[in-house]
Design a protein around this ligand. Sequence first.
Ligand SMILES: Cc1cc2nc3c(=O)[nH]c(=O)nc-3n(C[C@H](O)[C@H](O)[C@H](O)COP(=O)(O)OP(=O)(O)OC[C@H]3O[C@@H](n4cnc5c(N)ncnc54)[C@H](O)[C@@H]3O)c2cc1C
Length: 385
Amino acid sequence: MTTTRSAVVVGAGIGGLTAAVALRRRGWDVSVLERAASLEPVGAGIALAPNALRALEAVGAGDRVHGLASLQGAVGIRRPDGAWLVRGDTTMAGAGSTVLLHRAQLVSLLTDELPGAALRLGAEVTGVVAGGPTETATVTTRDHTWHADLVVAADGIDSPMRAVLFPDHPGPAYTGVTAWRFVSAEPAPVELAETWGRGAVVGLMPLADGRVYGYLTATAPPGTRSHDEAAELRRRFAGWHDPLDQLLGALEPGQVLHHDLRWLRTPLPRYDVGRVAFVGDAAHAMTPNLGQGGAQAIEDAVVLAATVDAAGPDRVEAALASYTDQRRDRTRRIARTSARVGAVTRWRSPVAVGLRDLGLRTVGRWAMPRAAKGLESILGWRPPA
Ligand SMILES: Cc1cc2nc3c(=O)[nH]c(=O)nc-3n(C[C@H](O)[C@H](O)[C@H](O)COP(=O)(O)OP(=O)(O)OC[C@H]3O[C@@H](n4cnc5c(N)ncnc54)[C@H](O)[C@@H]3O)c2cc1C
């Protein structure tokens, strides 16, 4: 007789929900505990790179993602006056296309794969005991204690689970860059591209319904905020190329999300403690410069489910050690590369920026296929069989 194995997932972000879907598909009994009272639609888009798409296909969500997303091959980097510094194609590494969709769509297509009772909203986890070879792991909420064969810590960049199980870890560090995000109310024609200025970046992405997902970053002291973020963006990015003026001009203050960009500059030594596995930003929050934070959370979830499921009931801890081995070097490398790209976009000196732009323009045509080749190890990832 086989007994159903149980998992408690802490956090209903992209990483936690993908882990829950992946484990359920393998027959696990899964509960997802989310401290927020509702999964509010977040006013932002997300680019899902080919590696993330393959992982979502592995958990049966690929068709629905393709149905909702806009497919992109072309990418590029522009100057604030609109001139192209580099133009290329994400498919040139042979890895496939990137898809763009609204975050809320991704969250809802993952929650649709779970039975209603699996998702507990308003359930803040306040305690965790990691368990061991013969003891289950335990998490505590205000009114319940949960015992499980596996606990997935998917509680984000400020992970309370990490603070308990890795008390000496210093936590996230500020990058020196603050970021705004919005989704336009109306459709507008844009090409997928980033524009690099002096210490500032604008990214525009066309969504499937014609609306535009925009993200804007600038160097600033941590905690810099404005009472009218839309007006602040119009001031900071005045004169940047079309259609930014129109997009920012149409923004309402409440339409803009504003967060400081942080990452785990000090990597976690392991992604497992006892029967607890860390996934996504809780394990390896990275800067968004490669658009890989969510993708790596999705990869983690798929690898974790395959590894613990294959190991058998008595070998959860050994399986989690293997999970760390499969995920740690790859995610550390991607986080470091992403931070290096971010550092170049922080340059403010006119001389340094001029040289950077000249370098991009002159070697761009030659370097683009090589850069794409360099990304092959990231984008070409395939889920375990
Ligand atoms: C500006 C920006 C742009 C980005 N763009 C991209 C992109 O284009 N592509 C991409 O792949 N990635 C992108 N990323 C990265 C991506 O957003 C993150 O890596 C990803 O959302 C992390 O998901 P997660 O599930 O690990 O964490 P989260 O989404 O943060 O989820 C954590 C969840 O845990 C819950 N929680 C926390 N504590 C508790 C508790 N004690 N009890 C219960 N629940 C708890 C939280 O409420 C939250 O719902 C971007 C990031 C930023 C900042």
